[in-house]
Design a protein around this ligand. Structure first.
Ligand SMILES: *Cc1c(COP(=O)(O)O)cnc(C)c1O
Length: 490
């Protein structure tokens, strides 16, 4: 197009001021205010200007675009004024999907968050004494109860061999504090217990957890020096012993959250580490990461030691996430010997890493479900507990309800995973909807499902879209039906 013709088109563009005053935008103005509407009109006109410049619009095209100006401005307003953070349907079968927000909160947790957020609260106020209190009390009381309940008095534990008052298995000597996430918990613990000194870690545990959490990096930031012992596949208790010197402040065990080392491997037991730590008078810390609070064997998950197991076993401090197996909000919890936790509480880093009232509210409600043994109220645990048969029945029902002749659905066996760096070797048997759509590739179909509202996130494998209803709330099943119908129509 000639530049003369282009400048002709530019002249046809109405001015932003003129448009803002035009009657056709009166309703939008009333609804969204002058600032938002003016900005939206400006963006739409700027887009048209660009399209003229690049020769994408001729006279007829511009005429059409100007006729549809209202619609374009409305769409622009919707884009700008709608939330960016929005719900999606997780049909991946990964229960603690880090990119999808890990654990969904329970209704009870959310109700308590609402209460704490909408009004003032006794977050740091002792109502009886009428003076300043500590925010930790809200979580600590429930945690002690859980620890006490999991420890019948007649049971002989490893820790009962330890002098009285030093045993972390005695609930009254265990404290818990909460920080922003588990990475922050590890940073705070290392800085408090080992700044300027050395921390002994097995080479087999120098892990990177998704989202770039690396023990050596966190160690460097904490001001402690990492002393690696053993080899990637084998570390013996003697390796730890040889690594100890006058600068050693801490023995650290890191849970191998997202990988497994199999074959020719060796790792000292917690008992051996506890015994060594006691003998040399050095605290032992365990970064559990996932940090289950109940034995997950009844949910089909083997070999995940719980937070309470570690404390009962004599570990001095454990760190774990609030939004992994615990099934609560994003948080990092530190539980352990009261005198060590007290040192963390007075560290100025704690002030920088602490969490707000809404997080306390969500954790408190989640822990209360554990105290009442109402595990079914915690969505992550409920999802783990679903049987393959239940999921299969729902999948069949969704499959039957999809009417489109273009969509072919098969119900097949598959596996769901825990995710979030928990129980890397555990897979839960499930039934999947395996979907194909005639004339549409699996990648294209999955893209269309993501474009539905709310977006449906699925897996693509071997030319099929796989949907796992384990991580879909039953009340969302009909949305999967709608999304499949809609995707086939496009
Ligand atoms: C997940 C995990 C972390 C990081 O926890 P965030 O809550 O994501 O900060 C650290 N260590 C281990 C072992 C983990 O599994």
């Amino acid at each position: 197009m000639k530049s003369a013709a282009k400048s002709e088109l530019f002249r046809e563009l109405p001015s932003v001021d003129e448009l803002v005053r035009a009657p056709r935008f009166a309703t939008l103005l009333e609804e969204h205010g002058a600032t938002a509407v003016t900005d939206a009109i400006r963006s739409v006109i700027a887009r048209l200007r660009e399209q003229i410049s690049s020769g994408l619009l001729d006279g007829a095209g511009l005429g059409l675009a100007l006729e549809g100006l209202n619609g374009a401005v409305e769409a622009q307003l919707r884009r700008v004024l709608s939330f960016s953070l929005r719900p999606v349907i997780n049909a991946t079968g990964v229960i603690l999907h880090t990119n999808l927000g890990r654990a969904p909160l329970s209704k009870e947790a959310l109700a308590h968050v609402r209460e704490a957020g909408l009004s003032y609260s006794n977050l740091e106020f002792d109502v009886v004494a009428g003076e300043r209190g500590k925010r930790d009390v809200h979580v600590e009381r429930l945690f002690r109860k859980l620890l006490a309940e999991s420890l019948p008095p007649h049971v002989e534990t490893a820790a009962s061999a330890v002098p009285r008052g030093r045993s972390p298995a005695d609930p009254s000597t265990v404290s818990t504090i909460v920080v922003n996430n588990n990475a922050a918990a590890v940073l705070l613990a290392l800085n408090t217990l080992a700044e300027g000194g050395e921390v002994i870690v097995s080479r087999g545990e120098l892990v990177e957890i998704g989202g770039s959490f690396r023990i050596p990096d966190v160690m460097a930031k904490s001001g402690a020096t990492l002393r690696e012992v053993g080899t990637t596949n084998r570390t013996r208790i003697g390796d730890y012993e040889k690594g100890i010197n006058e600068r050693t402040r801490l023995l650290l065990r890191v849970h191998r959250s997202n990988f497994e080392i199999t074959g020719f491997t060796e790792q000292p037991s917690i008992e051996e580490l506890v015994a060594l730590a006691r003998r040399r008078g050095i605290p032992l810390m365990e970064d559990l990461g996932s940090g289950a609070l109940v034995d997950l064997e009844k949910f089909g998950i083997q070999g995940e030691a719980t937070v309470l197991d570690s404390l009962r076993g004599g570990v001095d401090v454990v760190t774990y996430s609030g939004d992994k197996l615990l099934g609560g909000p994003q948080a990092g919890l530190l539980s352990g010997r009261s005198e060590l936790i007290a040192r963390m509480r007075v560290n100025s880093l704690f002030r920088a890493l602490r969490v707000d009232k809404m997080t306390y509210a969500a954790i408190e409600a989640t822990l209360l479900a554990y105290v009442k043994r109402e595990y079914g109220k915690i969505p992550a645990l409920r999802m783990m507990n679903l049987s393959k048969e239940e999921i299969g029945e729902r999948a069949e029902s969704v499959g039957r309800r999809v009417q489109s002749g273009k969509v072919k659905i098969e119900i097949v066996d598959g596996e769901s995973v825990i995710g979030g760096g928990a129980a890397p070797s555990s897979a839960l048997p499930t039934r999947l909807l395996a979907v194909t759509c005639s004339g549409v590739s699996a990648d294209e179909l999955s893209e269309r499902l993501r474009a539905s509202d709310p977006p449906v996130i699925a897996r693509v494998e071997e030319g099929r879209v796989l949907l796992d209803l384990r991580t879909v709330f039953p009340e969302q099943d009909h949305l999967i039906v709608d999304a499949l119908e809609h995707a086939a129509q496009l």
